[in-house]
Design a protein around this ligand. Structure first.
Ligand code: ZN
Ligand code: ZN
Length: 142
């Protein structure tokens, strides 16, 4: 029998090896300038401080924003992109972290996420898998 507390049934412990491996792959795709550890540490500190954690994107360069340690406890609506230095605003106040999109939460002080990302195959493979069907449908209508 599972001994998980009821609140852990539908969430994923980011410390779990399989979960961490999938999240690392996802982070390297959506936010190659940060590491999973930086995101996990940042989200943990921000949630401990009672802050709202959201996935924020820089308006100028499109980078996923990760707030640095000194900003984690602050109520901030103004953010500065660490990649291009552009300043952008987000209201309500939030801590920027790519994990925000996965609904992060602390359970017993340990970071969990309520969603796992869908990792798409490389574009080349995806198009190879789809094209024959599209061509087949087209040829039937010609
Ligand atoms: Zn930027
Ligand atoms: Zn920020």
């Amino acid at each position: 029998m599972s001994r998980l507390p009821p609140s852990s049934n539908d969430v994923f412990d980011v410390g779990d090896t399989k979960v961490a491996k999938k999240l690392s792959t996802w982070i390297s795709g959506v936010a190659p300038h940060v590491t999973l550890k930086q995101c996990v540490d940042g989200a943990t500190i921000a949630l401990q401080a009672g802050r709202n954690v959201l996935a924020l994107k820089c308006n100028s360069c499109g980078c996923m924003h990760l707030d640095s340690i000194p900003d984690l406890g602050k109520r901030a609506i103004e953010h500065q992109c660490t990649q291009c230095s552009a300043v952008f605003w987000h209201a309500p106040a939030a801590v920027g972290n790519p994990l925000g999109v996965l609904h992060p939460m602390l359970i017993g002080g340990v970071l969990h996420v309520a969603s796992m990302p869908i990792i798409a195959p490389p574009v080349g493979l995806a198009s190879l898998a789809v094209e024959p069907n599209i061509l087949g449908n087209l040829s039937r209508h010609v």
